[in-house]
Design a protein around this ligand. Structure first.
Ligand code: NAD
Length: 477
């Protein structure tokens, strides 16, 4: 579809991010140089270095765990209403620095500013607000009259929602009286370190939160550390399985939020334009770097051609480019390694006989980019129908009956999320009862709210984050 009109560029200035040349690790309430190798974090949209980040070493992990242990009893012993005040303060400080955090996130991650500004940062603040509300009401949360914290929580997070994942991990842990050693992902450490700065400014007692940038070795050192009582991990299923083996028989509590291959199911009675919007949002939001992305479109056979044509029309209007431009819909892929993985899987789709389509779309010369891509004629046995691509690639399959839709949707080792598009309320309930997925959206997709639990079935992990349920992962029982 030809563009009706062009948008003038509307970029945010990178200077709003207040980038520093060097970032340290945060241990026992202070920033210091890590004893690991210093690495440069790059802007995936330009491949230019943004800052040097000091990575933690195993000795730094020891120090952070010792600091978290020493802070543990005093923190747990505070009245819940006092812990709540700190959480409220952090939430307010995130809001006050929202624009800076949004620009920083888009620079480090490559996601469009529209998303970091309207989703990542406000939802991160909302998590702190929400869990602040629980801190003095834990006895009424349904986990006994006097629930106790677990102790020191080791938390390892991925790169797709760097600030938001840190908030999902830290807020419930603090509300329940735990202390934290958190490791951000190696390609996106900057907003987690800035969150540590905010936490220090909010006068949180030293050692309650420690932030250790670094790679897999730092994550492994946290997981294996005998001074850690609980591990909370968000990341790939492969690493989640390794972590589960490492902590087996250690007595550590574990929650895993892993990968997904969600089915987004469109029936012939759905409001089609609304469904097209939902499918586009479901897979192209955050370049498809979303664990619950609707990466498999299951469309009822009778409307397949009409629906795919409408999808093509809509995709032709998406704008790919500068993540800091407020008009951008699709930003950069987070790293060269992730881009290589997306390319390899997309190529396998062609090799296995599916039809590949992308809108006309010029990719910038520098940086890591992949065009929005739709595969039709996808057979359920192929890699693009089964493996998590974690990129802007949609696989379209068809079904005839609700029973067949359920069978195909559940035919995956994952079980994180699913979407249903239909006018019939009874069908929504019938489907939702049969879908083996932790979250089922109906006539919407990718909606996140701190009051709502989120988590998986099967190889998508176990434990829930968010809502009252999210408290349980941090309470001893
Ligand atoms: P990843 O598993 O490679 O890395 C995640 C984190 O684990 C990083 O911080 C990494 O440094 C660390 N890590 C790597 N190896 C480790 C080890 N052996 N021991 C301890 N820590 C280790 O995943 P990724 O590529 O960063 O993230 C993408 C994955 O995350 C996708 O599969 C996605 O579905 C998943 N994810 C899940 C959720 C959810 O809530 N279920 C949310 C976001 C992302």
């Amino acid at each position: 579809m030809s563009k009706l009109f062009e948008y003038a560029p509307a970029p945010e200035s990178p200077s709003i991010a207040r980038l520093k040349p060097h970032y340290g690790i945060f241990v026992d309430g202070t920033f210091r140089a890590g004893r690991g190798e210093a690495v440069k974090t790059v802007n995936p949209a330009t491949e230019e270095p943004l800052a040097e980040v000091a990575e933690a070493s195993a000795a730094d992990v020891d120090d952070a765990v010792a600091a978290a242990r020493a802070a543990s009893e005093p923190w747990a012993g505070l009245p819940g209403s006092v812990r709540a005040k700190y959480l409220f303060r952090i939430a307010r400080a995130i809001q006050e620095r929202a624009r800076e955090l949004a620009v920083l996130e888009s620079l480090d991650n490559g996601k469009p500013i529209r998303e970091s500004r309207d989703v990542d940062v406000p939802t991160a603040a909302a998590h702190f607000f929400y869990y602040a509300g629980w801190a003095d009401k834990l006895g009424y949360a349904g986990f006994g009259p006097n629930p106790r914290p677990i102790g020191v929580a080791g938390q390892v997070i991925p790169w797709n929602f760097p600030l938001l994942m840190a908030a999902w991990k830290i807020a419930p842990a603090l509300a329940t009286g735990n202390t934290v050693v958190l490791k951000p992902a190696e390609t996106t450490p900057l907003t987690a370190i800035t969150l540590a700065e905010i936490i220090a400014e909010c006068d949180l007692p030293p050692g309650v939160v420690n932030v250790l940038p670094g790679g897999p070795a730092v994550g492994q050192a946290i997981v294996d550390h005998p001074g850690v009582d609980k591990i909370a991990f968000t990341g790939s299923t492969a690493v989640g399985k390794m972590i589960q083996k490492s902590v087996a028989a250690s007595g550590k509590r574990l929650s895993l939020e892993l990968g997904g291959k969600a089915a987004n199911i469109v029936f012939d009675d759905a409001a089609l334009d609304q469904a097209v919007e939902g499918i586009v949002n479901g897979i192209f939001f955050n370049q498809g770097h979303v664990c619950c992305a609707g990466s498999r479109l299951l469309v009822q056979e009778s409307i397949h051609d009409e629906f795919v044509a409408a999808l093509h029309d809509r995709l032709a209007t998406l704008r790919l480019g500068d993540p800091l431009d407020k008009n951008t819909d699709i930003g950069a892929i987070n790293s060269a390694a992730q881009l290589a993985r997306i390319r390899e899987l997309a190529d396998s789709g062609v090799a296995e006989g599916a039809d590949r389509w992308s809108p006309e779309c010029a990719l910038p010369e520098r940086g890591f980019w992949f065009p929005p891509t739709v595969f039709t004629g996808v057979s359920p046995a192929t890699r693009i129908a089964r493996e998590e691509i974690f990129g802007p690639v949609l696989s379209v399959l068809t079904f005839r009956t609700p029973g067949e839709a359920i069978e195909k949707a559940n035919n995956t080792p994952y079980g994180l999320s699913a979407g249903i598009w239909t006018e019939k309320g009874s069908r929504i309930l019938w489907m939702a009862n049969r879908l083996r997925a932790g979250v089922v959206w109906a006539n919407t997709f990718n909606r996140f709210d701190p009051t709502s639990p989120f988590g998986g079935y099967k190889e998508s992990g176990f434990g829930r984050e968010g809502g009252r349920h999210g408290l349980e992962a941090y309470l001893a029982h």
